[in-house]
Design a protein around this ligand. Structure first.
Ligand code: URA
Ligand code: ZN
Length: 339
C-alpha cells in the first residue's frame, strides 16, 4: 500500500507571484540584502507587525515542487495530495477571482502532470466571485485528471458555511463528487487569547484557535441542515476535526460515518483514537501539514511534526493492516490514487 499525505500544502508559482506583488495581508516580503530575514510570509493581520521579523520565514519548501517531492521521499511518503495553503483566494476582488483560480489550478495541474503518478491535488475555488463562477470552476476541476476535490476555509462566500447562498456550490460539489477539504485559517478573535498570548507561541492561535474554528464551522453546517439537503456531500476535516458531541439535525454520528473524512494530523495517539471512534478507521487519512511546523533546531532534517503523526498511527493501531490503511490505503481508495 502507498503512503499518502492528504494534508500537505504549496503556494504554486502563480500564487507566489500574487503574494510577492502585494504589500498588505496576505503578502510575501523579500529582504534581499538580509540573508537572515530572507522572504517573509504574512497571512494573518496579527502577524503583520511593524518590524523586519513580521510574518514567518518562507522558503522553497513552500513553492518548489522538487523540494516538496524531496521532503516526501525523505519521510517515505509515496503520494502527496497537495492543496493551496491558506488563505487561498478568499481575499481576491470579486471580478478577478475566477480567472486567478483557473491560473492557480492549472499551475497545480501542470505540476502534477509533470510528475505523473507521484502528485495529486485539491483545487481552490474563487469564493469571492459570483456563485455561478464558483460552480463553473468546480465543473472544470472535476475534469482535471490530477484533481481529487477542493480545499476551502470556513468563511464560504463571506457569511460562513451555513449560508444558504452556498447551496448551488454544495450541489455542484455533491454532483461531481468533489471531496471538500475543510481547513482553518482565521482562528478566533485575538482578544480571546489575552494580552500575554505572544508569550505562548503557537499554542493559542494554532493549537486551539484552528481546531475550534473548524469545529464551529462544521457545527454550523450540521445545524443549518447542509447534510440534510446534500446527503452525499463529503468533507475531509483538517486536524482530525475535533470529536465533540453536537446537537443534531441529521444525526451527528451518521454524518461522521457517512460524510466526514478526517486527516490524521493530530500529533497524538489520544486525539487519533477519538477520531477513529468518531468516524471509523476506514475514514482516516495520514497527513503532515508540510511545509508548516518545520524543525526548530538548526541542521535537523527529520521533521518532528511528521514523526509525531506517523507514530500516533502506529501506537493507536496495533493491527498493521489498519495502520497501513490510515497511512495510505484509505486515501488510495477514497481519492482513486494508484496502488
Ligand atoms: N499554519 C498555517 O497557517 N496553515 C497551516 O496549514 C498550518 C499552520
Ligand atoms: Zn494545513
Amino acid at each position: 500500500m502507498p503512503v499518502v499525505d492528504v494534508h500537505t500544502h504549496m503556494y504554486p508559482p502563480a500564487y507566489m507571484q500574487l503574494l510577492r506583488n502585494r504589500t498588505s495581508v496576505p503578502y510575501v516580503k523579500s529582504f534581499p540584502d538580509d540573508p537572515i530575514a530572507g522572504d517573509r510570509l504574512v497571512i494573518l493581520p496579527a502577524e503583520d507587525t511593524a518590524s523586519t521579523s513580521r510574518g514567518r520565514p518562507i522558503g522553497p519548501g513552500y513553492y518548489d515542487v522538487n523540494e516538496k517531492l524531496a521532503f516526501m521521499r525523505k519521510h517515505h511518503i509515496d503520494i502527496p495530495v497537495i492543496s493551496l495553503a491558506n488563505p487561498w483566494l478568499d481575499w481576491l476582488p470579486s471580478n478577478e477571482a475566477a480567472q486567478i483560480a483557473r491560473q492557480v489550478n492549472d499551475d497545480v495541474e501542470r505540476m502534477c502532470a509533470e510528475h505523473e503518478g507521484q502528485l495529486y491535488a485539491f483545487g481552490t475555488l474563487p469564493l469571492s466571485a459570483p456563485a455561478e463562477q464558483v460552480v463553473a470552476e468546480i465543473e472544470r476541476l472535476a475534469s482535471l485528471p490530477h484533481h481529487r476535490g477542493i480545499i476551502m476555509g470556513t468563511t464560504g462566500l463571506g457569511s460562513g458555511l451555513d449560508d444558504p447562498a452556498l447551496d448551488p456550490i454544495y450541489a455542484a460539489l455533491e454532483k461531481h463528487q468533489q471531496l471538500v477539504f475543510l481547513h482553518p485559517h482565521y482562528g478566533l478573535p485575538t482578544s480571546v487569547y489575552g494580552p500575554r498570548a505572544s508569550d505562548y507561541g503557537h499554542v493559542l492561535p494554532l493549537a486551539l484557535g484552528f481546531p475550534l474554528e473548524t469545529t464551529i464551522a462544521v457545527t454550523r453546517m450540521l445545524l443549518s441542515g447542509v447534510w440534510d439537503r446534500f446527503p452525499k456531500l463529503n468533507v475531509l476535516i483538517a486536524h482530525s476535526g475535533e470529536a465533540r458531541q453536537l446537537e443534531n439535525r441529521r444525526d451527528v454520528w451518521s454524518v461522521l460515518k457517512e460524510n466526514v473524512f478526517l486527516d490524521a494530523v493530530i500529533y497524538s495517539e489520544v486525539g487519533l483514537r477519538a477520531a477513529i471512534d468518531a468516524s471509523g478507521v476506514d475514514r482516516l487519512m495520514f497527513g503532515t501539514d508540510h511545509p508548516f511546523f518545520p524543525p526548530l533546531a538548526e541542521g535537523e532534517t527529520e521533521w518532528l511534526s511528521v514523526k509525531l503523526n506517523s507514530q500516533a498511527v502506529q501506537t493507536a493501531l496495533e493491527d498493521k493492516q489498519m495502520a497501513n490503511a490510515v497511512m495510505g490505503g484509505n486515501a488510495a481508495r477514497i481519492l482513486r490514487l494508484p496502488r
